[in-house]
Design a protein around this ligand. Structure first.
Ligand code: NAD
Length: 483
């Protein structure tokens, strides 16, 4: 695979090509700060070519038998699995996630997702409706055509597949614009689509700038839907542009998720789930439980256990199998995360783990010491804004009403969870927590059969589950006069 080398091309219309402008950018290994590869940087012209090739490919794809399409997608899944170790290492080098997560989570999730959507291809059905008089009325689900997919750098592999798989399953082609900070695995996935025998142009991968290639994709008249995952600010811009063009946009955006731990739950279990969910991927996870709300009776004990784990966390070379926390994605991310730690200290929260010292002189790489703030109050910036790094805010509460008010006191609504042994209370919280994904006595469980979407400023629409049948197709109503 070319994506494994130090010179990476666009995957466009079935070929690996230079950008029309000849432009390139470097992608950097955040653990060392060294250049990893030079990547072709797509222009608006490249986007135009890709969209045109996507339409031709989608027509070919749609003419194939559904079972044949399903078989090709299963072959694609098998190739991803076969190259799993290479893809995992590539992802870890490109964005810093510990290798054990890339290998143990991201690769199986990609394979499972492709297999799920391969299975869905043969189950897309229309309806007949109770038509009046001598009429037959039925509906058909038709592909949209070309899906414009734009993805972030924090889960570059999984996010690419979450867009590619539903697009293809519903008979569409896809033009994917991955994040500039982590384009290598998406480029590899474009190559593997070709190797699997998918028609040329069905999966185009165009690394480049959001403001150039991303914007050209959103504005292109040949794109029938945008599937975007990224920050709330960019998502809002894209939502506005899509609505101007009267196309739909699914928007999976930021979060500030609350995990509520009641006094009847086990402090040890809570601490271990929080450590895993909050600090995996260096905290660069949209559903990280970055607000931990703990009922007073177990507040001190949970904090002591979380702090103990955070202080013992193995931060270091992400390619080492023992590493639990790798580097942040770049220097700007580290500066931004550290500005929140500085703000938390200034706002009067207690820095129970971590350091307020300037991290920028620590070299090489963009490592950041994981942090825990206690005695946080709801109005503080560290309780409201997405930090997107290994910084946890812990807030105490007393009683259910206070907990639910605190948990929902955010502009976001991506994930939320409750730890309690009281079934009634668990179900009351599942009802009243205002977020798209609710976990009870667990955190972060996902499955391609289950929708995954946010509420409020965390966006809307899902790339998973059967909801994608509606989201990635158009429903046509056909009336037939019978006499
Ligand atoms: P980002 O919004 O900066 O970038 C996301 C993508 O949008 C990139 O490919 C970028 O190049 C592109 N882009 C930027 N400006 C654009 C424009 N004007 N037009 C078109 N495309 C443009 O986000 P990021 O920093 O890559 O990722 C981190 C964010 O993603 C966090 O806020 C995180 O919570 C969110 N995220 C959400 C989910 C979810 O499922 N809800 C999952 C992962 C990440």
């Amino acid at each position: 695979m070319e994506a494994l080398t130090d010179k990476v091309s666009l995957v466009l219309d079935g070929e690996l090509v230079e950008a029309s402008t000849g432009a390139r950018f470097d992608t950097v290994n955040p653990a060392t700060g060294a250049v990893l590869a030079s990547v072709a940087e797509a222009s608006a012209d490249d986007v135009d070519r890709a969209v045109r090739s996507g339409h031709a490919a989608a027509r070919k794809w749609q003419r194939m038998r559904p079972s044949q399409r399903a078989r090709l997608m299963v072959r694609y899944a098998a190739l991803v699995e076969q190259h799993g170790d290479e893809l995992a290492l590539l992802q870890t080098r490109d964005m810093g996630k510990p290798i054990r997560e890339s290998q143990g989570i991201d690769v199986p999730v990609m394979v499972e997702t492709l297999e799920y959507f391969a299975g869905l291809i043969t189950k897309i059905e229309g309806r007949t409706t109770p038509a009046p008089g001598r009429f037959l009325n039925y509906t058909v689900r038709e592909p949209i055509g070309v899906i414009g997919a734009i993805t972030p750098w924090n889960f570059p592999a999984v996010q690419a597949i979450w867009k590619i798989a539903p697009s293809l399953a519903m008979g569409n082609a896809v033009v994917l614009k991955p994040a500039q900070l982590a384009p290598l695995v998406p480029a590899a996935l474009g190559e593997l689509a070709l190797e699997a025998g998918l028609p040329a142009g069905l999966v185009n991968v165009l690394p480049g700038r959001g403001s150039v290639a991303g914007n050209a994709l959103v504005e292109h008249p040949g794109v029938g839907k945008i599937s975007f995952t990224g920050s709330t600010d960019v998502g809002r811009q894209i939502g506005r542009s899509a609505s101007d063009r009267l196309i739909t946009a699914s928007l999976e955006l930021g979060g500030k998720s609350a995990l509520v731990a009641f006094g009847d739950s086990s402090p040890a279990v809570v601490a271990s789930v929080v450590f895993q969910a909050m600090y995996s991927n260096q905290g660069e996870t949209c559903t990280a439980p970055s607000r931990l709300l703990v009922e007073r009776p177990i507040y001190d004990e949970v904090i002591a256990l979380v702090v103990e784990k955070v202080e013992a966390a193995r931060v270091g070379n992400p390619e080492d199998r023992e590493t639990e926390i790798g580097p942040l994605v770049d220097a700007a991310a580290r500066t931004s995360v550290h500005s929140y730690v500085t703000a938390g200290v200034a706002e009067g929260a207690t820095l129970a783990a971590g350091s307020a010292a300037d991290p920028s002189s620590a070299a090489p790489g963009f490592f950041y010491q994981p942090a825990v703030f206690t005695d946080v109050t709801a109005g503080m910036r560290i309780a409201q804004e997405e930090i997107f790094g290994p910084v946890l805010s812990v807030l105490p509460f007393e009683g259910e009403d206070a907990a639910i008010a605190l948990a929902n006191d955010t502009i976001y609504g991506l994930g939320a969870g409750v730890f309690t042994r009281d079934v009634g209370r668990a179900l009351r919280f599942a009802q009243t927590l205002d977020a798209g994904n609710i976990w009870v006595n667990s955190w972060g469980v996902l499955n391609p059969a289950s929708p995954y979407s946010g509420f409020r400023f965390s966006g809307h629409g899902s790339d998973l589950g059967q909801a994608t049948i509606d989201a990635f197709t158009k429903e046509k109503s056909v009336w037939v006069r019978l006499d």
